[in-house]
Write a protein that binds this ligand. Structure first.
Ligand code: ADP
Ligand code: MG
Length: 699
């Protein structure tokens, strides 16, 4: 149904084609609806004035009342700027203008009283306001209604294009006047009533122009709830649809594959591993397709769970595949499996980008005729000419490294839909998991195999290299091995490789052959060289492994007890944690040394401190989510799933998320098709909101 809300934004009076382009580019606003749903990200109480002496941070927008004492026009031509000294008797700040200088200069009078509104930034010991809003003090506190003034996201380009916060708010006001009558309620009356929500129209008006804090709270509550509710409803409905439309394979038998593997284990399973295997077992007996996310910190023993699950499939005449994100990891899984499957008659194979043509053909054949039961590999597995006879279980390790599209291709490989087990060592906070994987069931391996000791984590700066080398020498003398990791960021790959090469040179000078052996692994090596050096280290023949973050996932070298991370400030929290997980696998005390420059941004320092404080991946993930917000959260980005929440915050609104989810679930339990008359609004509003529609096909 076409509504006025779908009108292009250029048709809003005051916008026009040029500003429309700006709004689209800078804020993603293309229609009236986009504009209506672009909310202030904070509010300022404009009945309150700051005194200049009080200003102590660069963080917030504030309002001052005072006098202009001096104008200063500097620079020539394009570099011109106007600096205005402004005082309120408690101190002086500078108002700085780079644009529209003449306009400002014409309107400001020396000694005139003004109200200034803007964001302070500290520059050369003085607080500056760049392009603040400014108006004569006589005109009162604000020309817009109410004391609470919304602050919208803004950019340099918007401000230069004449869209200051004030101008933007004016457009919102004009828009509301035009469209509010056409806005219709989007939640059924029974939900609005039972949750005491305010009507949508009021919410939209008050979120932009609240009269007071109470109104604002009501509006926020209503809009957040609606957003979270529809998100959950759409995820849960996809799950319902999937469960009804796909018949799950049933793995009833427990036979020689499972029992033989189990008997080959040289250690008891952890309680958590047993619990998760029970959960999987229940899924594969249920007659419905399993879609399970297995979360477990690095080293918690996910691989073994995957292998035992694969055996359930194999015992019932199906095949299983275990897909890893890197060649190194696929190799390691494959090499590690033989000690488990010895004597069981299970035939395993490995398929990667480097598998030679003849072998590749043989493997394709084996997968097609069913003689290969268990296949390990990289995304070579999802290449088009791979076909399974009866794929029963697909396991994806380190899920976030596979793109959405790649994952979905795997399921189409077989005539039947396999059960899906997605494994990740990037712990995702519960709230986020509920949203990202709203239609998956989640299992957690929250117990480490016995004998693990927490990794001692310290932060040293580059001034302490001498200390680092000394420490490494002592560890090596005790028979330990050392990882040394360099960042690799695509945009600066060239520099990064240079740093790694330089680092390698330095290390071989500090740790000369033949006394010391140093291996090196990075993305620019041939596969053979990489495998050779990796093997050297894995077999204990090299003391030090210099590497880029390729070793991040999975590599298991129990004798390595020291992880040195160079330029640690350039890694994200979850990456740091992953890297740290490479050590602490043996029985020896292990260390993670985070090397950084002397100067650090606040955020980097916080990350490094957190790493030094805790070994708990979930705790780190929660902290990361709080620090960066879900949009930037690594798990979110890498999952390839953009969740664009306009107002709710997954980190802060988790209680409401849980309530929204349980309401959505109870509605679907009663009315799975949303066909009851009282749910007509839900049915009508759902499709427009399911940005994540494809997800059901993926997992
Ligand atoms: P993850 O993939 O979760 O990081 P892995 O599956 O690689 O962890 O397991 C890490 C190490 O722990 C492997 O060497 C594995 O053999 C070992 N392991 C797994 N389960 C157990 C257990 N129950 N008891 C002892 N060691 C275990
Ligand atoms: Mg693993």
């Amino acid at each position: 149904m076409q509504s006025i809300l779908d009108s292009e934004i250029k048709f809003l009076p005051g916008v026009g084609p040029r500003r429309a382009e700006l709004l689209g580019k800078e804020l993603g606003i293309f229609t009236f609806r986009d504009m209506l749903y672009t909310f202030p990200f904070r509010y300022v109480d404009r009945s309150k004035f700051y005194s200049i002496r009080e200003i102590d941070s660069e963080a917030a927008y504030i309002q001052l009342r005072g006098r202009v004492t001096r104008f200063d026009l500097t620079g020539a031509e394009r570099k011109r700027r106007l600096v205005v000294d402004f005082t309120d008797g408690t101190g002086t700040v500078q108002l700085v203008f780079f644009q529209g200088i003449k306009w400002v200069a014409d309107r400001l009078k020396k000694d005139g009283e003004y109200i200034v509104f803007g964001k302070p930034s500290l520059f050369n010991g003085t607080f500056n306001f760049v392009h603040p809003e400014i108006e004569p003090a006589t005109e009162g506190a604000s020309s817009l209604s109410g004391h609470l003034v919304g602050i919208y996201t803004s950019t340099e380009k918007l401000r230069n294009g004449g869209l200051s916060n004030k101008a933007f708010a004016k457009l919102e006001a004009a828009l509301l006047e035009k469209v509010l009558p056409a806005v219709t309620e989007t939640l059924p009356a029974y939900i609005v009533q039972s949750r005491h929500l305010c009507p949508l129209r009021d919410a939209l008006l008050n979120i932009h122009f609240p009269q007071d804090a109470r109104q604002l709270n009501r509006a926020t509550e209503r809009l957040k709830f609606e957003e979270l509710f529809y998100l959950q409803l759409s995820l849960l409905r996809q799950k319902t649809v999937r469960m009804r439309s796909i018949n799950g394979l049933i793995f009833e038998k427990i036979g020689p594959a499972f029992n033989g593997t189990y008997a080959n284990l040289r250690f008891p399973l952890t309680g958590a591993q047993k619990r998760v295997l029970h959960e999987i077992r229940k899924d594969v007996l249920s007659g419905m397709q399993m879609n399970r996310l297995l979360q477990g910190d690095v080293g918690s023993g996910k691989t073994l769970v995957a292998i035992l699950a694969a055996m359930m499939a194999i015992d019932n005449g199906y095949q299983a595949c275990i897909m890893a994100p890197t060649e190194v990891l696929a190799n390691q899984h494959y090499n590690g499996v033989f000690k488990y499957i010895e004597g069981t008659g299970v035939k395993a194979a490995l398929l990667t980008g480097n598998t030679r043509a003849a072998e590749r053909r043989a493997i394709h054949q084996g997968l097609e005729d069913g003689s290969i039961h268990l296949i390990f590999g990289t995304h070579a597995l999802i290449e088009d000419d791979v076909c399974f006879k009866r794929l029963g279980l697909a396991v994806i390790d380190e899920q976030h490294r596979f793109g959405v599209e790649q994952r979905s291709r795997l399921w189409r490989k077989s005539r039947v839909w396999p059960h899906i087990l997605v494994m990740t060592a990037t712990p995702i906070p519960r709230t986020l998991a509920m949203t990202l994987y709203g239609d998956l069931d989640v299992s957690v391996l929250d117990e480490m195999p016995p004998g693990r000791k927490p990794v001692v984590t310290v932060h040293w700066t580059d001034h302490q290299l001498g200390k680092l080398y000394e420490f490494m020498r002592r560890q090596i003398a005790e028979g330990r091995q050392v990882f040394m990791v360099y960042p690799l960021i695509e945009e600066s790959a060239k520099m990064d490789y240079k740093n790694l090469q330089d680092g390698y040179m330095t290390i071989t000078e500090e740790f000369p052959a033949p006394k010391y052996v140093t291996a090196v692994v990075h993305g620019r090596q041939s596969a053979e060289n990489k495998a050779f050096d990796m093997d050297l280290f894995a077999k204990g023949k090299a003391h030090i492994l210099v590497a880029t973050s390729v070793i991040e996932v999975g590599v298991d070298v129990p004798n390595a007890s020291v992880m040195v991370i160079q330029s640690a400030e350039r890694f994200g929290l979850s990456q740091l944690h992953q890297l740290r997980g490479r050590v602490g696998r043996g029985s020896e005390k292990s260390y993670c040394i985070l090397m950084t420059g002397y100067k650090l941004s606040d955020e980097s320092r916080k990350r490094i401190e957190l790493m030094c404080q805790t070994n708990d991946g979930f705790q780190l993930a929660e902290a990361d989510l709080k620090m960066r917000g879900p949009g930037d959260f690594e798990g979110t980005r890498q999952s390839g799933l953009a969740i664009d929440l306009k107002i709710a915050n997954l980190a802060k609104d988790s209680p409401m998320l849980a309530q929204a989810r349980s309401l959505a679930q109870s509605i679907l339990d009663r009315d799975p098709q949303l066909s009851a008359p009282e749910n007509a609004l839900l049915q009508a509003n759902l499709p427009a909101r399911s940005e994540i529609e494809d997800f059901s096909k993926i997992s």
